[in-house]
Write a protein that binds this ligand. Structure first.
Ligand code: AMP
Ligand code: MN
Ligand code: MN
Length: 325
């Protein structure tokens, strides 16, 4: 019902803003561009609507997606959008500062998301924590007969990334049915999987190796922790987007319940990534420290020495594991 209302508002709107979270991942870029392209192709044939998409950046392996170079970071003067849609973000502080301002000054606001930690911050909140990805939630809102090959590529990429190529437990029958339909629209699955997910640069592989080499096991091997300092990131000239595979490799270590990866962003400031193999709900721990995410994949930012950060996180995990035995 509420979804029909959103489509009515989209039809009537003369300006539409779209935004996704900072440090955009495949699901974020995929869902933002899928919606942008779908709206341009089906609701803006005469070009009269102003449709903009705000994203911090686009990782270069996603640049083949249609209109990936049309992304904006800012606007001046401030645009008062008729409708502003936030994708793949559990809370409003996950999007960039000026995009937040655009959200607050818009007439109608919508969030489309799949984070269990979503705070329902918009007027219309379309959130399905059981969905594999925001792209899957978005697909459910679109007219499947009006999805072009280019929109299909965006959605497929988002699903591939948030399911870790259909291997995470968030992958359901519905996910596969959607992916199957997207293939019939001409999506080159092998190319998207290889070139956007598995392919790494030489230096990305070097850093991955280093993070694995320096990882430590705690709590009888139930927790694995790896840290990368700012100095090492600067030495290899790598950023967050180069390190996205590290946490997945840590998680598949035999016997591990929770993997933790700490990326030093500034002195005494760590971006925390956590992955669980099922027993521990890492979104609870991330939310406790001001972040969010899903039961098996969550993150937050923490301050203090690396030892304090690890101790605080492992205490929360131990507490949950303790309840299990
Ligand atoms: P990451 O470890 O950065 O890949 O994040 C795992 C999941 O947790 C993603 O779905 C993120 O959207 C979410 N997440 C990560 N960091 C934060 C944060 N600071 N606040 C809220 N959610 C987060
Ligand atoms: Mn995301
Ligand atoms: Mn997502």
């Amino acid at each position: 019902m509420k979804n029909e209302l959103v489509w009515e508002k989209i039809k009537m709107a003369s300006s539409i803003g779209i935004a996704g979270h900072i440090n955009p991942d495949g699901d974020c870029v995929g869902s933002c561009l899928a919606l942008y392209n779908y709206l341009q192709e089906n609701f803006n044939e005469d070009g009269k609507k102003q449709i903009d998409v705000y994203l911090e950046s686009c990782p270069k392996e996603f640049l083949f997606l249609k209109n990936a170079t049309a992304l904006k970071q800012t606007c001046a003067p401030l645009i008062h959008y008729d409708i502003f849609i936030v994708l793949d973000s559990g809370s409003i502080d996950r999007i960039e500062k000026q995009a937040q301002e655009l959200f607050y000054t818009a007439i109608t606001t919508v969030t489309i998301d799949h984070h269990i930690s979503n705070t329902s911050f918009a007027k219309v909140n379309i959130v399905d924590p059981k969905a594999s990805s925001t792209c899957e939630v978005l697909y459910g809102l679109l007219d499947s007969k009006k999805i072009s090959k280019e929109v299909a590529e965006c959605i497929y990429l988002g699903i591939v990334h948030d399911t870790g190529v259909f291997k995470h437990s968030c992958t359901t029958e519905q996910t596969m049915i959607i992916a199957g339909h997207l293939l019939t629209l001409g999506v080159n699955s092998a190319k998207i999987i290889d070139e956007t997910f598995y392919q790494k640069t030489y230096v990305q592989n070097q850093v991955l190796g280093r993070c694995l080499l320096e990882s430590i096991l705690v709590m009888n091997g139930k927790i694995i922790v790896s840290t990368i300092s700012k100095r090492i990131q600067e030495f290899y000239k790598v950023g967050a987007e180069d390190l996205s595979g590290v946490i997945d490799q840590l998680r598949v270590t035999q016997g591990v319940e929770v993997a933790i990866f700490l990326r030093e962003e500034n002195v005494q400031e760590y971006k925390v990534s956590m992955r669980s193999n099922g027993v521990v709900d890492v979104s609870k721990i991330a939310m406790f420290f001001g972040g969010g995410g899903h039961i098996k994949a969550a993150g937050c930012t923490m301050y203090g020495s690396v030892y304090d950060v690890i101790n605080n996180l492992t205490a929360g995990i131990e507490h949950q594991l303790g309840k299990e035995v």
